[in-house]
Design a protein around this ligand. Structure first.
Ligand SMILES: Cc1ncc(COP(=O)(O)O)c(C=O)c1O
Length: 278
């Protein structure tokens, strides 16, 4: 089967799946989501993604009707039906279908899972590295929740595309602190230490970020989670991004300035070689 959907436990092709226009995901962006990838048909870090999904749901006060094992069973069936070696599993839970009114309705949430094929990154990006732009962070104060409200991320990613860049990095207004990419976490290699902004309400606790820190530690590379500002990024020896669908991507240019020697650096290449995870 090609792309698969599982909508509240009902399987179909993705093209056939339908939700109501009154779904609160559509009306308000009132819901949360997760993206998991498979390597060779096996979801990577599924437990961590489900922990994060359950946390996001709790933070926005949506009580799912499924149990964790029930959801895992839907995911496994959807992955098996789609039968892609490298697939993207998208999971979305909204507050359900009800006439438009801001306050919570008394209806069951809508749970959607889709499985689609992962497309490779643009030619040469892995080998040659990516260009980034920085952009003011205009998002809300709870970016630790993986909410459906991605309008600032959409605007930022489009700005990156139009600037010929791969990703936009959100910078906090006033302080100049680096937060994260529109769909990725950011790392810098500074004097041999692998540094990434510390966690808090202003960025997502990336599953790949956590894995990368473990990999770096296991390779004996010093790591630090601390404040980074835009100047730190410009001056870093190496910069790279992490994310579920990209693994590790070197950044070789930020706002038109070369990072380090303008090519993917040795630490980034060493860390990127740990993907796909064994
Ligand atoms: C805003 C944002 N930050 C970071 C990430 C990376 O998180 P993960 O490694 O869990 O995919 C994502 C992934 O989609 C994201 O959307």
């Amino acid at each position: 089967m090609p792309d698969v959907a599982c909508l509240n436990g009902q399987f179909s092709s993705l093209a056939q799946a339908r939700v109501s226009v009154n779904d609160r995901g559509f009306m308000f962006g009132d819901g949360v989501y997760e993206v998991v990838r498979t390597y060779g048909g096996i979801p990577f870090g599924l437990d961590h993604h489900l922990d994060r999904l359950e946390r996001s749901l709790k933070e926005v006060r949506i009580s799912p009707t499924w149990t964790r094992n029930g959801l895992i069973s839907w995911v496994e069936q959807a992955v098996a039906r789609a039968d892609y070696a490298d697939a993207k599993i998208y999971m979305q839970v909204t507050r359900g279908v009800a006439p438009r009114d801001h306050v919570f309705p008394k209806v069951p949430p809508t749970t959607l899972i889709t499985v689609t094929e992962i497309h490779p990154l643009p030619d040469g990006l892995r080998e040659n590295g990516a260009a980034l732009i920085t952009t003011p962070d205009i998002r809300w104060g709870r970016c630790d929740i993986k909410s459906l409200n991605l309008l600032p991320n959409v605007m930022a990613r489009q700005a990156a595309l139009e600037a010929g860049a791969f990703e936009a990095i959100f910078i906090e207004h006033g302080t100049g602190n680096v937060r994260e990419g529109a769909g990725s976490n950011v790392f810098a290699v500074i004097d041999g230490t692998v540094v990434t902004p510390d966690l808090g309400p202003h960025l997502l606790a990336g599953i790949t970020r956590a894995h990368l820190l473990e990999v770096a530690n296991s390779l004996g590379l010093p790591t630090a989670e601390r404040t980074l500002n835009a100047d730190d990024l410009y001056a870093a020896d190496e910069v790279f991004l992490t994310g579920t669908t990209i693994d590790v991507v070197a950044a070789v240019q930020i706002d038109g300035r070369a990072v380090g020697k303008g090519v993917p650096g040795p630490v980034t290449r060493q860390l990127a070689a740990a993907f796909p995870p064994g």
